[in-house]
Design a protein around this ligand. Structure first.
Ligand code: ADP
Ligand code: MG
Length: 216
């Protein structure tokens, strides 16, 4: 499955980080910043982001933390991602919209790779198969201590707690996994201090967007 003709002005921006880091809070603030400057964007998320992919999401984010073998879990994430790319992300980029995604493939590398021990080579292979040579233009990694993120996430109500309920060491591996991905490719990633207040984090994000892209 190949991406088609992505409009030259479209951008694909992803938000990554652990539970409670502020991804969902920040992504809508960026959308509204862009809208005020005449840039159309859509906000989407993984797993999910299209009606069928959201059905797969339910299987991944709820239920017992050990309900899937890690290998099956990786395949479900990539199945959902295939649908999401085809039905939501690529069509939006082709019509000239920006796409802001609350998680993307870095989460698979870190949660199922560093967190659950699936080999990185397997995840890279599946990436090539499903996503090809398409990569985000920019990825924000919202970073903060695990205990703070988990406390924030647990204070929020909801039944999407399958990953939240994994142990502390898992979340430490996730945090360190994101940091090492970012350090290995500094041009594509920006690490943001997620412990700062909501407005301050938003300011850091919009400053970076203005620096990197043609937005005023
Ligand atoms: N910078 C921040 N400081 C304090 N609380 C925050 C901050 N950003 C988000 N929150 C709160 O923490 C909780 C988790 O934020 P959320 O954006 O849902 O995180 P994520 O999507 O990364 O799991 C929410 O209740 C949110 O209002
Ligand atoms: Mg969220």
């Amino acid at each position: 499955m190949a991406k088609k003709n992505i409009a030259p002005t479209s951008k694909f921006i992803t938000f990554e980080g652990g539970e409670g880091a502020g991804k969902s809070t920040q992504i809508v603030l960026l959308e509204s910043f862009l809208r005020d400057r005449g840039v159309n964007s859509i906000v989407t998320r993984e797993p999910g982001g299209s009606p069928d992919a959201e059905l797969i999401r339910t299987l991944l984010v709820s239920g017992a933390s050990n309900r899937w073998e890690p290998e099956a879990e990786v395949l479900l994430h990539f199945a959902a991602r295939h649908v999401h790319l085809k039905n939501t992300i690529w069509p939006a980029l082709e019509r000239g919209s920006w796409v802001l995604s609350d998680r993307f493939a870095d989460s698979t590398m870190v949660y199922q790779g560093d967190g659950l021990g699936v080999s990185k080579a397997t995840i890279e292979f599946l990436y090539r198969f499903v996503v090809g040579d398409f990569v985000p233009d920019l990825t924000f990694i919202l970073d903060l201590p695990v205990n703070i993120g988990l406390a924030r996430a647990r204070a929020r109500s909801g039944d999407e707690d399958r990953y939240e309920s994994l142990d502390y060491a898992f979340h430490e591996r996730v945090r360190n996994g994101f940091l090492s991905i970012a350090e290995a490719a500094p041009s594509r990633y920006v690490i943001i201090d997620g412990e700062k207040g909501i407005d301050e984090v938003n300011e850091m994000i919009v400053n970076l967007i203005v620096q990197r892209f043609d937005v005023e």
